[in-house]
Design a protein around this ligand. Structure first.
Ligand SMILES: [Zn+2]
Ligand SMILES: [Zn+2]
Ligand SMILES: [Zn+2]
Length: 496
């Protein structure tokens, strides 16, 4: 599809290394990787296997009953949607809500007041596998195009409502700083807010452990706090600003690249410290074997380049397909240049090629799951509503006006997108035996997969990537976005 030559000089300069990074992993290293991952998640009821008929898939290693937990999959790469950040304050590593119910409410109303808050649909019971839904690439609609559009109800009506409910900035501040506590909020305690170790205002954590882990895995290269040199900080801000204006999937791609660079550095440090023979071999030539090793978790998940695998929006006619795909590629290239200005690392140069950048984004495009975490603010107001007389009336004297000010959007959940290494191996079926579903106790960003019927030993575990209740032709059209034609039992039965 990408017939014209790449605008990125690194593509040609490092073509051999790029080809090696993009080669499919050996069956043995693939098996080892997934076995190790399953051991780490402690969900030993499943096994990732490759078969001739279906390729890679997830299979039951035991019997599951209907409703039983199959897998809690740890996040490999995830990000909260930038537009959701004004509504929910969550840990940037595990995505649980932090601070207090008061802080969540006060902060949201404060942003509403300043016109920053945006309305979003929120269905946190089911989460669907996605391609275009969560990082909408709503393209070519208004001249410039490529705008991630979450803004369908900004500002004026809510701030009007706020004025009518007479909530002063002072009251909101006292909610946020803890001077004003709401009745019964002790039943909804949240972890305290831990600041970013680099001192930026962007990221917050639920614990020092989450802060340190995020710093070590991703954030130390992407932090724009005071510790960072000012030219690098400006470059980072330009990258983030571009991602926020176009498509926040670039933020996730930056995390992935940062992850590989940091892992590469750790591997190198380890070898230098151990001073063994391998070090000699490595330093004699290039450090590419280490980069290859650091790249491993991405090599397991990618499928194609973003501009090749992205589905064609309805507004784009087939005759414009090639130019549409080139525009996507150019957009990615613009983002990559900005990222390169900020965090380029010479020893990891192949990572900054457009081929690799496109492949990382393509992996997210085809595999990502909506990240959804229910809001404790919703639980809080439901709790108040369920209180017996006279406690309820007593509590509502205080809470009612906040609820009114929040309006229908009082329970906006945390929304983002995530790549989950084991869940991403699950194949689609229109009559699936499993489903991504958050239970009441699941209060962070992990992917939770439950059995929707009993599953026997060795049976393949499948989920639905689409709404499986729509008619046959519509399902096939939706699945074409994922690059395949479904041959599940339901499709075979309904095939005309
Ligand atoms: Zn956390
Ligand atoms: Zn930071
Ligand atoms: Zn099907």
């Amino acid at each position: 599809m990408s017939s014209s030559s790449s605008p990125c000089p690194l593509d040609a300069e490092f073509s051999d290394q790029i080809a090696a990074l993009l080669a499919p992993p050996s069956p043995q290293s693939e098996q080892e990787y997934y076995d190790e991952l399953i051991e780490k998640t402690k969900c030993d009821g499943i096994r990732v296997k490759r078969t001739k008929k279906i390729g890679k898939g997830v299979f039951a290693n035991k019997e599951f009953k209907e409703g039983e937990l199959i897998l809690k999959d740890q996040i490999l790469f995830a990000a909260q949607h930038s537009s959701n950040k004004v509504d929910c304050l969550v840990c940037s590593r595990c995505f649980c809500f932090i601070g207090s119910v008061e802080l969540q409410i006060g902060r949201k109303l404060y942003f509403q007041n300043t016109g920053l808050s945006r309305k979003q649909d929120c269905d946190h019971d089911t989460i669907s596998s996605t391609s275009e839904e969560d990082f909408p690439t709503e393209l070519l609609d208004e001249g410039e195009g490529f705008i991630t559009d979450h803004s369908n109800g900004v500002g004026s009506s809510t701030s009007q409502k706020l004025k009518e409910n007479s909530l002063s900035e002072e009251i909101l501040e006292s909610l946020m700083n803890g001077d004003l506590s709401l009745p019964h909020s002790k039943n909804f305690l949240l972890p305290p807010v831990v600041a970013c170790p680099g001192g930026c205002e962007e990221e917050h954590y639920c614990s020092q452990q989450c802060a340190d882990s995020d710093w070590g895995l991703f954030h130390s290269l992407l932090c724009n706090g005071n510790g960072v040199e000012s030219t690098q900080r400006d470059a980072l801000l330009r990258f983030i600003d571009h991602a926020n204006r176009t498509n926040d999937i670039f933020i996730l791609a930056a995390k992935a690249i940062s992850f590989v660079i940091l892992k590469y550095r750790k591997l190198k440090q380890h070898i230098e410290n151990s001073k063994d023979k391998v070090y000699q071999e490595v330093t004699d030539g290039s450090c590419f074997p280490l980069l290859f090793d650091a790249w491993k978790s991405i090599s397991m998940g990618f499928k194609g380049r973003w501009w090749d695998c992205i589905s064609l929006p309805d507004e784009v006619s087939f005759s414009n397909e090639a130019s549409f795909r080139m525009q996507i590629r150019d957009l990615a290239f613009t983002s990559l240049q900005l990222l390169k200005d900020a965090i380029f690392n010479k020893e990891c140069a192949p990572l900054f090629s457009l081929e690799i950048y496109g492949t990382i984004i393509g992996m997210f495009e085809l595999n990502n799951l909506d990240l959804v975490v229910a809001s404790p603010v919703e639980d809080y107001f439901i709790y108040i509503d369920d209180l017996p007389f006279p406690e309820k009336e007593e509590a509502e004297k205080v809470t009612k006006r906040f609820l009114n000010a929040l309006g229908e959007e009082y329970s906006v959940c945390c929304q983002g997108t995530g790549f989950y290494p084991l869940q991403s191996c699950m194949n689609h079926s229109c009559c699936p035996n499993a489903q991504a579903f958050k239970r009441d106790e699941d209060k962070d960003g992990q992917a939770v997969i439950l059995a929707t019927r009993s599953i026997s030993l060795e049976e393949e575990i499948t989920i639905s990537y689409i709404d499986e209740d729509v008619p046959f032709e519509e399902r096939q059209a939706l699945l074409a976005d994922y690059g395949f034609r479904c041959k599940c039992q339901k499709c075979l039965d309904e095939q005309p």
